[in-house]
Design a protein around this ligand. Structure first.
Ligand code: GLU
Length: 303
């Protein structure tokens, strides 16, 4: 993405649920190259606010993998677990709004919620007793439309009131929801460009909605194709994607660049730094296939 006036600030935001795999390398590399080719900074945020999903040692393993692949970040690492005061302040702000949106306590189980995650309706009228475990949700007006121009996927328009009517800000177990945390941190950290996988495209309207209510400027979003196996499933930690072999960083980077439609670096480049230097100079977002998914087999990667 090209930038004129604002200093570009990008980020990579892995959750420490396991080691990096090819899907995460693709997102890390594209966000890194887009930032560096725009003389921007590239931050690393560890999304560690969901301890039940975290794997011991995952953060260290992610940092080691990024370093082995030459993907060095700027500034101190941002840990979401250190930012919970920000989420509480944002919640406070949202609670104070009186423009048709409302934060409410909800005791509904997932099974009791209607399609699109709608609360049964009584929680709003009869707030649950304070000691009953409850989620905090935000009611989205039925007619709420959210639009944005995705740098790769083009114009987007979501009927947020239908697809995520009463979405969660703080979970029943007391943990902060990813949507609120990501919306807050991206703006608080001055992120201007978010480059990530298309699996997060449908999170974007929730984040844009919250950022608008919080009076913040949203970053520009760019959603990359995700790498899928022969069954069309995203390579992910949940689908047991193979961890990156850090001893093969150059090959991994070449595969990721091919997946991203970039010019192949000359065979003479056999060091990570030289490869990344070439890739930064040659980076063209317009060459990335504007698809939501791309099979691993197309780039000769086991899927
Ligand atoms: N932590 C999220 C994940 O690993 C990504 C967050 C983001 O890029 O917004 O899926």
């Amino acid at each position: 993405m090209s930038v004129s006036t604002t200093q570009y600030r990008g980020r990579f935001a892995p959750s420490p649920t396991g080691p990096l795999h090819m899907g995460s390398l693709i997102a890390a590399l594209a966000s890194y190259l887009d930032a560096r080719s725009n003389n921007g900074s590239w931050l690393l945020r560890i999304d560690d606010i969901d301890p039940p999903r975290e794997a011991p040692g995952a953060t260290d393993s992610i940092l080691a993998s990024l370093a082995q692949h030459g993907l060095y970040w700027d500034n101190d690492i941002i840990f979401q677990s250190h930012n919970t005061h920000r989420y509480a302040a944002a919640l406070q702000h949202l609670r104070g709004l009186a423009d048709g949106t409302a934060v409410f306590a909800c005791v509904c189980s997932r099974a009791a919620m209607g399609p699109g995650g709608v609360c049964c309706g009584t929680c709003r009228e009869q707030p649950p007793a304070g000691d009953r475990p409850h989620a905090l949700r935000i009611a989205v007006p039925a007619s709420q439309l959210i639009r944005c121009e995705d740098a790769l996927q083009g114009p987007q328009c979501w009927e947020l009131g239908h697809i995520a009517a009463d979405f969660v800000l703080r979970r029943k177990d007391g943990l902060w929801a990813y949507q609120l945390a990501a919306a807050v941190d991206d703006t608080e950290n001055g992120i201007t460009h978010v480059v990530r996988g298309s699996d997060l495209l449908d999170s974007t309207p929730r984040q844009l909605f919250l950022q608008a209510l919080l009076g913040k400027t949203a970053p520009q979003y760019c959603h990359l194709p995700v790498i899928v196996n022969s069954n069309g499933q995203k390579l992910s930690k949940q689908n047991h994607a193979a961890p990156l072999d850090n001893t093969n960083a150059v090959r991994n980077l070449r595969v990721a660049l091919q997946f991203l439609g970039q010019l192949p670096p000359p065979a003479s480049l056999t060091a990570v730094d030289a490869l990344l230097h070439f890739a930064t100079q040659a980076w063209q977002l317009a060459r990335v296939p504007a698809q939501l998914a791309r099979p691993a087999a197309e780039v000769g990667w086991p899927g």
